[in-house]
Design a protein around this ligand. Structure first.
Ligand code: GLC
Length: 726
């Protein structure tokens, strides 16, 4: 009896369970200190494949180890070598904030990195992480994480590059180029529409995160993202498209969820877009453990590598090849893509391309500190009475200061889950402040967990107060709501009552509600700053660095202001998450519905001020067959150096279909000395005016009037100029 795919599939599920146990046992007791022979070959992948037997071929389609091995911390993913053919192993490690295997430089979280809006900075961080991975004998870095932030309480908001596809695409390209120029394979993840982890049934703070994860609704493992083609094309796919077409990314990780009914790891349409439309020639790798849902579905769609074990691509695939239900030529194509990337980066030859590896250097640690400071977003900094704003606090004049918070002695290195990094050291907020102020300033601390009365006493006894508040976001489960956990809001309000010179420092992974927003004169978002937390915090608070960051995510006043406020939209009904909002996500939604955010997308103040001159657009009328030049003069009109991110939006005047009132299309970060003036020149193309027409299954540019907007945020437009598209 020949077994058809369905039979093989059922059989493989049974085998998969058995295999998982076997793999776990074998990897658990395998010594981690086996010295691997130096392998490498100059033979082209096609020749190598010609000589492989079925066992060798299937072994190159899946992982063999997992780094939770209690006896040995192995890298996150491991594809075994083929010594008979001198093929080295392929080693994969997380993640977007540094090399998980560690000890490694813990860079600020993805949300910090993208809040710099500085592609040179993102490139430098990517390059440093790529070199650190190389030092630790890791071939693939599972970064960057580039899913769009659709749900403000999403568990992995801290890892991602915000709510806007243009910003996320620029961040992805810069990071990937950085990683890969270091000679390490980058991985664009999680392809695609993996926009939630799952909504917990009860508030965080419980010490049963596993239970919270298991009881959640709309879990990423089973959620089906029902999302229209236009929203996919205009919002969720662009960063992945840029990763492939502009950065030539070596790997793409498929998401756990399904899209429009098909799991991504076996979604023929998405693989067709990735490989046939965009020309992706790297390898696709599943997400870990539950990333592959069937053997035949994944093989037919084109998934190349199953991680971390061969639950389907191990024995079941071997069986399928033997029984003829899987075509060997298909497997040859899969392993040729993986070996092709190993060859491209010198891994196959045993001689990695690019510069030498370096790790935990003073230069990388300085880069982590500078990125955290440049990603700091000054949300508010109002004058106190008729005086000056509170920030920056002058370290040479302040005589007493209170530092208040639940965790001022602990650096906020990052969020929970696979992006975690173990740095050689960390600097807590308090340590950074003490180091900057020295012994002459009276620093008083208070931990609110010891009672609010003490907090009030301390706040009343000093010149000014820094109050640190934080959330605790993690992969695997979304935040319960937008509120700061515990009694933190109560603490801030009490401190604001006790002293009018209060700055609130946020260490959150995304938007939070701020019931005390009117009661405090200064608020600065430092997100998850990484190992250099306290140093970067002090750099910003005491004015050594201008907090030049801009929000990559809208900070709404309440959850229901976001376009995910119905159960169907989030967390979904049963396992179906319906993206009824279409392209109206983030500021696109807030603008279209004229909703006032607490702090808008692109917002971020500076310690100085900037004036924008007249915007010029050339040509002002065009058939879009040539680039459009946009020039904006910007001047630092304050008395100290500062950093500004000039943002350019395109606004259709009379769109033929419902379109967002404006969409970010270009930006540039500039640092100017007092009185310095520059002209920011940016280029727009036809893509920047297009929308995706589902009925035509193609991009369309409506002829007619548009307005080019230049602003300091999406709601602070400083200059505009009409343009006519013929
Ligand atoms: C996790 C994450 C992914 C990570 C992988 C390996 O489930 O979704 O981002 O790279 O597993 O740790």
């Amino acid at each position: 009896m020949t077994r058809g795919p369905a039979t093989t599939c059922r059989l493989s599920s049974v085998l998969a369970a058995g295999l998982a146990i076997g793999a776990l046992v074998s990897s658990t007791f395998r010594s981690g200190d086996e010295s691997e022979p130096e392998l490498g070959t100059d033979r082209p992948p096609a020749d190598l494949i010609d000589e492989m037997d079925l066992g060798q071929k299937t072994a190159l389609t899946h992982g063999h180890a997992f780094d939770r091995n209690p006896l040995d911390r192995r890298q996150t993913g491991y594809v075994e070598p083929v010594p008979e053919l001198d093929i080295p192993p392929l080693k994969l490690t997380d993640g977007p904030h540094g090399v998980r295997r560690g000890p490694a430089t813990a860079f600020p979280a993805g949300v910090n990195q993208i809040s710099t809006w500085d592609c040179d900075r993102l490139y430098a961080v990517g390059n440093a992480m790529g070199r650190e991975a190389k030092t630790m004998d890791q071939d693939v870095l599972l970064a960057p994480a580039i899913n769009i932030v659709r749900v403000p309480t999403g568990g992995r908001t801290f890892e991602y590059f915000g709510e806007d596809p243009s910003l996320a695409a620029r961040g992805a390209v810069a990071t990937i180029r950085g990683i890969q120029d270091a000679g390490t394979i980058a991985t664009a993840k999680h392809f695609v529409a993996n926009n939630q982890e799952g909504k917990p049934r009860f508030r965080a703070g419980s010490d049963v995160p596993v239970l919270r994860s298991l009881l959640q609704r709309g879990s990423r493992f089973v959620a089906d993202s029902q999302v229209g083609e236009r929203a996919l094309r205009e919002l969720y796919l662009p960063a992945f498209r840029a990763a492939v077409e502009e950065a030539d990314v070596g790997a793409v990780m498929t998401a756990y969820n399904s899209v429009n009914g098909d799991y991504v790891s076996e979604n023929a349409h998405l693989f067709d877009v990735l490989e046939n439309e965009w020309g992706f020639d790297g390898f696709t790798v599943s997400d870990w453990l539950l990333g592959v849902k069937s053997l035949n579905g994944s093989i037919e769609a084109g998934l190349d590598l199953e991680m971390p074990y061969g639950l389907f691509y191990g024995l079941p695939l071997r069986l399928g090849l033997t029984l003829g239900s899987v075509d060997e030529a298909t497997i040859d194509g899969m392993i040729e893509r993986t070996l092709g990337q190993m060859e491209r980066f010198g891994i196959l030859q045993g001689e990695r391309v690019g510069p030498s590896g370096v790790a935990n250097t003073a230069e990388h640690q300085r880069l982590a500190r500078e990125t955290a400071a440049d990603g700091a977003v000054l949300l508010k900094n109002e004058p106190i009475g008729d005086g000056d704003p509170l920030l920056p606090i002058d370290p040479d004049r302040v005589e007493s200061i209170a530092v208040i918070g639940d965790a001022i002695d602990t650096a906020t290195v990052g969020g929970g889950g696979s992006s975690a990094v173990s740095p050689p050291y960390t600097v807590s907020p308090l340590a950074g402040i003490e180091a900057r102020l020295g012994a002459d300033v009276r620093i008083v601390t208070a931990d609110p967990t010891n009672g609010i009365d003490r907090v009030v006493d301390v706040a009343e006894s000093v010149e000014c107060v820094l109050v640190f508040v934080q959330d605790a976001a993690t992969e695997g489960v979304d935040r319960y709501d937008m509120a700061l956990p515990g009694r933190q809001n109560e603490v801030v309000s009490a401190v604001a009552e006790a002293n009018d010179r209060v700055a609130v420092i946020l260490n959150t992974g995304g938007p939070v509600t701020m019931p005390w927003v009117a009661a405090v004169p200064a608020i600065c978002e430092l997100w998850y700053p990484g190992m250099a937390d306290g140093l970067a915090t002090a750099d910003v608070v005491f004015g050594d660095v201008d907090p030049g960051g801009k929000l990559p995510i809208t900070f709404g006043a309440r959850f229901d202001d976001y376009p995910v406020s119905t159960p169907e939209q989030y967390p979904g009904v049963a396992t179906t998450v319906t993206y009824t909002e279409g392209v109206f996500v983030g500021y696109r939604h807030f603008d279209a519905h004229d909703i006032d955010p607490l702090f808008p997308f692109g917002h971020g103040e500076s310690y100085t001020t900037f004036d924008y001159g007249e915007l010029s657009v050339s040509p002002a009328e065009t058939a879009l067959d040539r680039p459009i030049s946009v020039a904006i003069p910007v001047e630092n009109t304050g008395d100290r150096s500062g950093r500004e991110v000039v943002q350019v939006y395109v606004a259709p005047t009379e769109p033929s279909v419902p379109r967002p009132p404006k969409e970010l299309r270009a930006f540039e970060a500039v640092t100017l000395a007092p009185g310095e003036r520059t002209v920011v020149e940016l280029t727009l193309s036809s893509d920047d005016f297009a929308y995706y027409d589902d009925s035509l299954a193609d991009w369309v540019v409506d002829p007619g009037e548009y307005t080019i907007l230049a602003g300091s945020s999406s709601r602070d437009i400083r200059a505009s100029h009409p343009i006519r598209i013929r």
